[in-house]
Design a protein around this ligand. Structure first.
Ligand code: NAD
Length: 493
């Protein structure tokens, strides 16, 4: 296992990217913005900030690549070979990618190395392997007619993604979009552009033609908006906040009516019944609430406890939370790092303060940080009890290491509380009564229900939300629907 010093040595040797990626190479923008390491507040690079004209050039380059057929007209098997090569290159460069991810967002290096980067490689491999096994259709028309229904790539796809899982969430969009023959312009979040840029380098190395996968860097309201409003972008896929998704819907309505596919926020409930295996439920609830510093769209940020076990569960949960190792993200022993930046950490602290003012009891795990770390970007894991549904903390997505605990007495009340949200991304149920769990799962208005686990996820299962958590699905073969359009060709025999 690499030690912290090994990572620091590697950091001193790598060249951090600082330009956007167009037509197979890096291009410096006229303007730039600062990117820093949130764990230490150290300035890392001045990153290119693409304006409308630069975004336009990149989109035109994608359009030309699409029209030329260098990618869209390859056979599925040829695209598969190149995407599998990209998956291999991600694995070969896993350490550098993991380091870049951790430097950008402050997540523990072990998570970057063992979860995020292998997840991205597997996602490319899975779609590469799928694409030459999907057949088109012949419709059941009458005998003197032949109606073929074919999937065609949609054209130029823009993907705008957030900072919490930068490479993984980009891969969830890129892999199915590229596998189906589209050209993609990716805009990473301003805080986390490094792995997106490195991925573009690797894609070139894998033989993916110039212009097929490009990366624009810059600020959301400028670079992101330019993509959202661009008349020659055929489809916009988005992961991020509900608030920004609504802006993309407006950009589309005000430009070319491009389909917008939003994957947005959540306030997922973890419902724990008295007959559950409490120790397992505690372990998983810790993961559900605090993994990735709680910066997870499907984080189980609300725990709903059957009243008879509330005290016992809460005591065990607080004890378990004390075992989290919060510290330097480059230290392999750390299992909780810092938040994405000082501003976000401040917002999280404000949400905690508001919950306390409204009557919640707060239990905070003590932080012991090394002096070189930026204490302003860290938030201690916080457990809020006695939370009732009137409190803001019950409804607002905080996106940090904060969990709100509420109690219930009947299963009907549990469902009512869980569904009492504008979001509907995920939920968990803990009980030994599997029949009860399945009936409740049918009543929960969410995209994924995990039973006796939390946040279950696999590339083979669709991921997405009900209500204001978005629509359309990432992952699984269902994601292909977003990146293809159906063409009917009717032959009168
Ligand atoms: P965000 O909405 O602020 O930013 C997401 C992306 O949109 C970034 O690339 C950003 O630059 C861009 N953007 C921001 N403002 C823009 C604007 N006015 N016009 C165009 N583009 C703009 O979200 P975030 O803070 O980066 O990420 C956190 C959010 O992402 C949370 O709400 C979380 O729940 C959500 N999220 C959802 C999923 C999911 O799959 N449902 C997964 C991860 C994160």
């Amino acid at each position: 296992m690499k030690l912290k010093q090994d990572w620091l040595n590697q950091f001193s040797q790598i060249k951090l990217p600082s330009a956007y990626f167009m037509a197979g190479g890096y291009v410096k923008s006229k303007q730039s913005y600062g990117v820093s390491n949130p764990a230490t507040a150290e300035h890392l690079v001045d990153m290119s900030a693409c304006d409308m004209d630069e975004v336009d050039q990149v989109v035109q380059c994608a359009r030309n690549a699409f029209k030329s057929g260098v990618w869209s007209c390859l056979s599925p098997r040829e695209r598969k070979e190149k995407l599998k090569k990209l998956a291999d290159l991600i694995r070969e460069n896993a350490e550098e990618l993991a380091l870049l991810e951790t430097l950008n967002v402050g997540k523990p290096i072990q998570d970057s190395l063992h979860v995020d980067i292998p997840g991205a490689a597997f996602c490319f491999e899975w779609y590469a392997e799928s694409i030459d096994k999907i057949y088109d259709e012949i419709a059941p028309t009458s005998k003197d007619q032949l109606a073929m229904v074919n999937r065609e790539p949609i054209g130029v796809v823009a993907a705008v993604v957030p900072w919490n899982f930068p490479l993984d969430l980009a891969s969830w969009k890129l892999a199915p979009a590229l596998a189906t023959g589209n050209c993609v312009v990716l805009k990473p979040a301003e805080q986390s552009p490094f792995t997106a840029l490195k991925l573009a380098e690797l894609a070139k190395q894998a033989g993916i033609p110039d212009g097929v996968f490009q990366v624009v860097t810059g600020l959301g309201h400028i670079t992101g908006q330019a993509l959202g409003r661009h008349p020659d972008v055929d489809c916009l896929v988005f992961t991020g906040s509900t608030e920004t998704a609504k802006k993309f819907l407006a950009y589309s309505a005000e430009s070319n009516m491009k389909p917008v596919w939003p994957e947005t926020g959540g306030k997922s409930a973890n419902i724990i019944f008295a007959d559950a295996d409490l120790d397992k439920a505690v372990d998983k609830a810790i993961f559900g609430a605090f993994y990735n510093q709680g910066e997870v769209c499907s984080a189980n940020s609300r725990i709903l406890l059957e009243k008879s076990i509330a005290q016992q569960f809460t005591e065990k949960f607080i004890e378990k939370a004390k075992t989290l190792v919060i510290g330097d993200p480059l230290d392999p022993n750390t299992n909780m790092g810092c938040l994405i930046d000082r501003q976000h950490a401040m917002n999280v602290r404000a949400a905690i303060a508001q919950a306390k003012m409204q009557g919640a009891q707060s239990h905070t795990i003590e932080l012991h940080l090394d002096a070189h770390l930026d204490v302003d970007s860290y938030v201690a894991p916080t457990i809020l009890t006695d939370v009732n549904p009137d409190f803001n903390i019950f409804h607002d997505e905080v996106f940090g290491p904060v969990v709100a605990i509420t109690t219930f007495e009947t299963k009907e009340e549990a469902v009512e509380l869980a569904n009492h949200s504008i979001y509907g991304l995920a939920a968990s149920i803990w009980t030994k009564d599997i029949q009860k769990a399945i009936i409740l799962a049918q009543q929960l208005l969410v995209g994924t229900v995990s039973i006796n686990t939390v946040d279950a996820l696999d590339v083979s299962t669709p991921f997405g939300g009900y209500k204001q958590s978005g629509y359309g699905r990432d992952l699984s073969l269902h994601a292909i629907d977003k990146y293809t359009q159906l063409k009917t060709t009717w032959i009168q025999l």
